[in-house]
Design a binder for this molecule. Structure first.
Ligand SMILES: *Cc1c(COP(=O)(O)O)cnc(C)c1O
Length: 381
């Protein structure tokens, strides 16, 4: 069993074929429809489609005007893209640890690191579980920083009843093939800030101003002006064709994810030394990942050994994440040391992400649990 397999239906395939036959392959009418539909789905005024979540984060930091001397506070328990996208601008990522035994950023550790240089605070909703956005929003407002959410895992998720995507100053989503919905590769930025949305739209396509194009249409449709240093980060209509139908199916995907999670919770409840994931009462997780932790007091196998045993049973797993301070690049560039992030490193050493995707059957889930149950029982202390 693979760790993940995307669910691509006939509607997605037909829409892609329609796009290929339409004569319009790059960003065009389908991207615009996808943006409108996505904005309505999360309940924001604007949605700006791009070619990855990495591009979404970089564009946001560019549009906010970040550069050398500015600081962005984020978590070590994330994918490299969250931190790399800050470095692209010349600004400095400032990492603060997660809570103890819990994969989201510690808001009080954020509060302790803010300074007049802090321009953005970037929580990552790990596995789809929203961070403490009330407290983080308060800290951001207190120092004049923007709250930018890395919601690559958090579609669809809710914080105190509110959809993720409409809470912070802006939110970045991923449609990578492994995420809860996919466009192959792709990303989306949501925001209620119209000026920010305009700055993002200009920068995602070479810094070309549409307004100048409108103003000068008298000169002919060939005319444009470059008004900012932009990038080539636009989505294509081929990707948007997939996105339109994946978004239609997201509620059905989520219903199935919840069933799979409930079955994992039930089947793993009696397995010795396996700590199941927990969600606080005031949030609804997107359940992007089902991450179990191994209790080393009760098991005499390492995380890596368990992964190998599961692999021998043909079960694909993954590890989220190798903390940022463990990577050589960040040790060199940020001078960060793993021992300064004991909570994130401890989580990493205990964690295994089990297969979780809508097309899994109940029998698939039970066979993962049987295998993990056998490994744990044979290796209990
Ligand atoms: C996947 C992921 C990203 C990057 O998304 P891409 O669309 O692949 O660029 C960023 N942050 C987190 C937490 C992720 O899991």
């Amino acid at each position: 069993m693979p760790f993940h397999r995307p669910s691509v239906g006939e509607a997605e395939i037909a829409e892609v074929v329609d796009t290929l036959r339409s004569g319009w392959l790059t960003m065009g009418p389908k991207t615009q429809r996808f943006e409108e539909k996505f904005a309505a789905y999360v309940g924001t005024r604007h949605a700006v489609a791009v070619n990855s979540c990495t591009a979404a984060l970089h564009l946001l930091f560019e549009a906010l005007g970040l550069g050398p001397g500015d600081e962005v506070i984020t978590t070590p328990y994330t994918f490299t893209a969250t931190v790399a996208s800050v470095l692209y601008t010349g600004a400095t990522p400032v990492l603060v640890d997660t809570l103890a035994g819990y994969p989201n950023i510690d808001p009080e550790a954020v509060a302790a690191r803010v300074s007049e240089r802090t321009k953005a605070i970037v929580p990552v909703h790990f596995a789809g579980v929203p961070c403490d956005l009330d407290r983080l929003g308060e800290i951001a407002a207190g120092c004049g920083a923007s709250l930018i959410e890395d919601a690559a895992h958090a579609l669809p998720a809710r914080y105190k009843g509110r959809m993720i995507g409409g809470i912070g100053a802006a939110t970045a989503f991923s449609f990578y093939a492994g995420k809860n919905m996919t466009t192959g590769e792709g990303g989306m930025i949501t925001t209620d800030d119209s000026a920010l949305a305009d700055a993002l739209k200009i920068r995602r396509l070479h810094g070309i101003s549409r307004d100048a194009w409108k103003r000068y249409t008298a000169e002919g449709s060939w005319y444009y002006e470059v008004e900012a240093l932009g990038f080539k980060y636009n989505m294509t209509d081929i990707n948007a064709a997939l996105g339109l139908h994946q978004l239609d199916r997201l509620a059905e995907f989520q219903r199935r994810r919840l069933e799979i999670v409930a079955l994992y919770d039930e089947c793993l409840a009696s397995v010795p030394g396996i700590i199941r994931p927990e969600t606080p009462p005031d949030v609804e997780s997107a359940w992007h990942l089902y991450v179990v932790r191994l209790d080393s007091e009760r098991l005499r196998v390492t995380r890596n050994e368990v992964i190998e045993y599961l692999k021998a049973d043909n079960i694909g797993t993954s590890v989220h994440f190798i903390p940022v301070p463990l990577h050589p690049l960040y040790q060199q560039r940020l001078g960060c040391r793993p021992e300064d992030f004991p909570n994130a490193v401890a989580l990493y050493e205990q964690s295994i992400s089990l297969p979780l995707f809508p097309d899994m059957t109940d029998d698939d889930v039970r066979s993962v649990c049987r295998s993990l149950g056998r490994i744990a029982t044979e290796n209990r202390r």
